[in-house]
Every structure is written in C-alpha cells, then in structure tokens.
Design a protein around this ligand. Structure first.
Ligand code: SIN
Length: 528
C-alpha cells in the first residue's frame, strides 16, 4: 500500500515525528504497525543533514573484536565524556540496523561483490561503508523513504514547520505547526519524537543546509525539557574555502584516502599536532587548521587539502559529488590544491535523553542529532552520526509504542491564525557572526561574554511574527544562548570545546555533562 502525502494538516494522530532524516524515517518505520504516524518536514522530503552526509556510516560488521574496537575509538574521540552505555548500544546494535538497510535496498559501494570499507579520522581500522562514492546519506535517505512509503499508516507532511509543543503538566500532548501558507494548526498525539537534526545555521560558517535551525531543541527547551552538552559543537576541519561560495563539505574520507593538509608555506603540519597526522580526531585537526591559518598580523593564511600525490585511485569516480562541485569552481582534486577551513558541522548536545530516546517530559522523545544521549561525548567520531540516527531512531520507536497506550484524545480543535512580521536577515547575520567570532572554535570568557551581550541586544529586536523566518530566528537565538551559557560554565578544554583561558581538561570538576532547562537559572553538571 502506498502512503499518501496529506494535503491538509490533520488535527489528531498517534505519533508525530518531527524531521524526515535518518532518525525520523527509521523511527517511522518502527512505529508503522502501532498506529498512525505523521512525519513532518520543513521543506521537501530529502532536505536534511542526512542527505548531505558524504563520507559514510561507521559500523563494525567484523564480529566481536571489531565491535569492541569501534567502542574504544568512539570513547577515545569523545575525550572522556562518552556515555558508555549509549556507545555500547550504538556499536553493538549498529550491525543489525545496517543489515536491515541492506535488506531494504540501500546500495552501499561494493568491489567484486564485497562491501567496500574506508577509514576516517580517529578510526583504528577501515569500517566505513559508503554509497555512490561520496553520497552515503542521500542513498540511505532514499532507501528509507522508499521503504516508509510502502508501509501503511505513515503520512509524510512536507513544507510544514513545527512551532511549539503542547504541554499539560509534565506531559507532551501534541504540537503546533505552521503550514506553507503560514497558517498555524494544532495536532494532538500520543507521543512526539524530535528528530529534527542540528543547528549549524547558528554559525556564519557551516556545512549544514538552511533548514538546520535547531527547531526541535528550541521547542523542547521552551516546553521545559532538559537540554544537555550544548557547548560541544563539532567543526568539520575541511569545508571548501572560496570567497562567495558556500562552505561545501570536503569529506574526511578524502584524508582517509590519503589527502594531506598543507599550510601557506606548502608544509604538511599535522605532525606538530597529533601522531595520527591528518587522521587525528576532528577537533584536533580543526584547531590545527585554524592556527595554521592565523597570520602574524591578524590576516588569514590559506590552508590546502592536497591529493595530487594519490596514486591508484580514480578520484573522480571515488568522489563524484565533490569532484563535480569543485569543477564548477575550476578545481580538480587530482590537479589542484584545494583551499579549506573549518565550518560548524554537528551538534553533540541536544535534548537530553536516555538510551531509549526518552526526554525529561513524558511522551516526548528525541533521536539523532537533535538528541543528546552522550554517545559522542565531547567530540563525535567521524561517520558515527548516520549510525546514531538508525540505532536510536529504532529504539525510540520501540519505547514509544510500549509506553504511550492510546489515550482518549481531547476534543478536536483546529487553531488557525494569520502570521504577522517577517524575520530580519540582517539580524540573523549578526547572530551568526557573533557566534562564529566569539563562541566558535577557540573561546574565552571575554569573547563568550561579548557573544552573550550581543545575543541580549538581538533578543530585544527579535521579530514576534509566526512566519517561518521569524520562528527560525527565534529558535537560533535560543540555540545561541544555550551554547554560550554552557560554554561559559565549562571552564576547561575538552573535545570540540576549547577555551584559550582554560586550555586543559579538568576531570575532577568537568568530567560531567552540562544540563540546562528553562526553569533553572544556571548550568548544572552531572555525571553519567
Ligand atoms: C564527512 O564525510 O567527513 C562527514 C562525515 C561525518 O560527519 O561523520
């Protein structure tokens, strides 16, 4: 049976899933025989961080030793803050979830019939599956969507933005949404899963698409849910750095296949920063590139990715998407030095959940990048995020069906209101610049306080309208505040959070997760 895309917003359903990336679609599949599932996405299906994931999906398909090495690598990259239970779940259930993908027709790349495996930073062995060379997320998204469409009960609602959760006491009962005509609607549900992805748009430089505005996290915060580890934003080391060109992701798999990094003098420099050189953990490489790019007079020096020496690999065939994008700008991996610099890529923090996706409010769940199980600690291991979406999306679906028995739905209501003010794009740019300059890769108290006061000024000018750009701006503002507050409170350096004024790890005080909620004035730190 083919699921239809609804033309009208329903007033009631059993399960609402916010987001149609890997976590949302996998959860929808898991819930499809438990009731009506409404998957809501802000733009057309396929427009999510999942679709832009290039390098691959890390998974230990080689038995017990492989699984325990994957666990060790995940914990090492996370710099002392990985939640062990969550990481065990990830690596142990990963192979089963990837087997399902294979059964559902995901076309991972093969050589002589065998799955091809590559390596990325901080992995001790080759364990990363990829698809169509450098389009892994898009292929996984395609196959999940095809599978979801074939299941009864799943309705996919495009061009609809989720606005706020409906809360009664400490229980979530549904949410309000904005349709593409800027009309507000209320949807009642047995449970809501936030699988709305990340918030890269809070920074001026990001690999994330325009839809990544942290909506789910901001909504959960406003509703009173606990939010955790927001100071940990991962900056991908190698986004394309050309004036006037978006910060296009240049996959870590390029370095996995032998790319070097060179500074303005043409020197390889990673040996000064880490024994794993170009395949060091992402936070180390990103900071090294930033430092090499700082000229003595405050000017920015170029840093390049170099694959000209790589032999025995057809770079255009292995990286077709990257090659095509570079060709539009007159660059060729096998011939040219490619200018790079870091860009905001992945939020390790998010809605605080347990390993089954339960948030701190009843009937609210989160999975994927919007959630924080602690699985990535302070720095995510490359290519663990697609696996995270699959594993924790599936687990959330399991508990949602068990825990949220059909409730007597409240009286049907359909609230429709006209929207008003438009958001201001200059305010958005001001916010993104303030975050990039003062709450980015290298932080200190003075910069973070400057970011905080700029956010305060911006707050006074935030538009109050219920149109998409105003809502997104308000959500990004909330995300910015959560990042800055948590970053100020963590007076140490760990993983992706680096403080120039506290350059060392302080395990005694901070080997803990930060937690914030609307009802608490200060950041709390808690152990696993
Ligand atoms: C990449 O291809 O470098 C991105 C993969 C990831 O973020 O894990």
């Amino acid at each position: 049976m083919i699921a239809s895309n609804v033309m009208e917003t329903p007033t009631h359903t059993d399960f609402v899933i916010v987001g149609a990336g890997i976590a949302g679609l996998r959860a929808a599949i898991g819930l499809s025989d438990a009731g009506r599932v409404l998957v809501i996405t802000k733009e057309q299906l396929g427009e999510s961080n999942t679709s832009y994931a290039q390098g691959g999906i890390a998974v230990a398909m080689g038995g017990e030793e492989d699984v325990s090495l994957h666990l060790e690598d995940t914990r090492n990259a996370g710099d002392g803050l990985v939640n062990r239970e969550a990481a065990k779940v990830l690596v142990e259930e990963g192979p089963l979830r990837v087997d399902e993908l294979l059964q559902w027709g995901t076309g991972f790349d093969r050589h002589d019939g065998k799955l091809m495996l590559t390596r990325e930073g901080a992995h001790s062995r080759n364990r990363i599956l990829h698809a169509n060379g450098d389009a892994t997320g898009a292929e996984i998204g395609r196959s999940l969507l095809a599978h979801a469409r074939a299941l009864k009960n799943i309705t996919l609602l495009e061009w609809t933005m989720c606005v706020d959760l409906l809360v009664r006491g400490d229980e979530v009962t549904g949410l309000t949404v904005l349709d593409k005509e800027d009309q507000l609607h209320t949807i009642h549900a047995r449970a809501v899963l936030l699988a709305s992805g990340g918030a890269g748009q809070v920074y001026s430089d990001t690999t994330n698409p325009a839809v990544a505005t942290g909506d789910g996290i901001a909504m959960a915060y406003r509703a009173g849910a606990e939010i955790s580890d927001m100071e940990f934003y991962q900056f991908h080391p190698t986004a394309l750095s050309l004036p006037g060109v978006p910060r296009f992701l240049l996959s870590e798999a390029l370095r996995g296949e032998g790319a070097y990094l060179r500074n303005a003098k043409g020197e390889r420099f990673m040996e000064r920063y880490h024994p794993l050189l170009e395949l060091a953990p992402r936070d180390v490489v990103a900071r090294a590139i930033t430092r090499e790019g700082m000229g003595t007079d405050g000017e920015t020096l170029p840093v390049h990715l170099d694959m000209r020496h790589v032999q025995g690999l057809d770079l255009h065939q292995r990286f077709p998407g990257i090659s095509a994008f570079l060709a539009q700008h007159g660059l060729d991996l096998s011939r040219d030095l490619i200018p790079v610099r870091p860009a905001a890529h992945y939020l390790m923090g998010g809605v605080k959940t347990d390993v089954d996706g339960r948030a701190s409010l009843k009937r609210l769940y989160a999975a994927g990048e919007a959630a924080c199980t602690g699985v990535h600690g302070a720095n995510r291991l490359a290519s663990n995020s697609l696996l995270e979406g699959l594993v924790f999306g599936a687990r959330a679906a399991d508990v949602m069906r068990e825990e949220t028995a059909a409730s007597a739905n409240p009286v049907k209501t359909l609230d429709q209101q006209q929207s008003s003010t438009r958001g201001s794009s200059s305010l958005l740019q001001q916010l993104q610049q303030a975050m990039w300059q003062n709450a980015g890769l290298l932080r200190d108290a003075a910069g973070l306080r400057a970011a905080r006061s700029e956010l305060k000024q911006i707050c006074a000018q935030l538009p109050s309208g219920a149109d998409r750009s105003s809502l997104e701006l308000r959500n990004l503002h909330a995300i910015g505040e959560l990042i800055v507050q948590s970053a100020l409170a963590r007076e140490e350096s760990r993983g992706a959070h680096y403080r120039n004024d506290f350059p060392h790890r302080e395990d005694a005080r901070f080997q803990k997760h930060s937690v914030l909620s609307k009802d608490e004035a200060t950041v709390r730190f808690i152990a696993d």
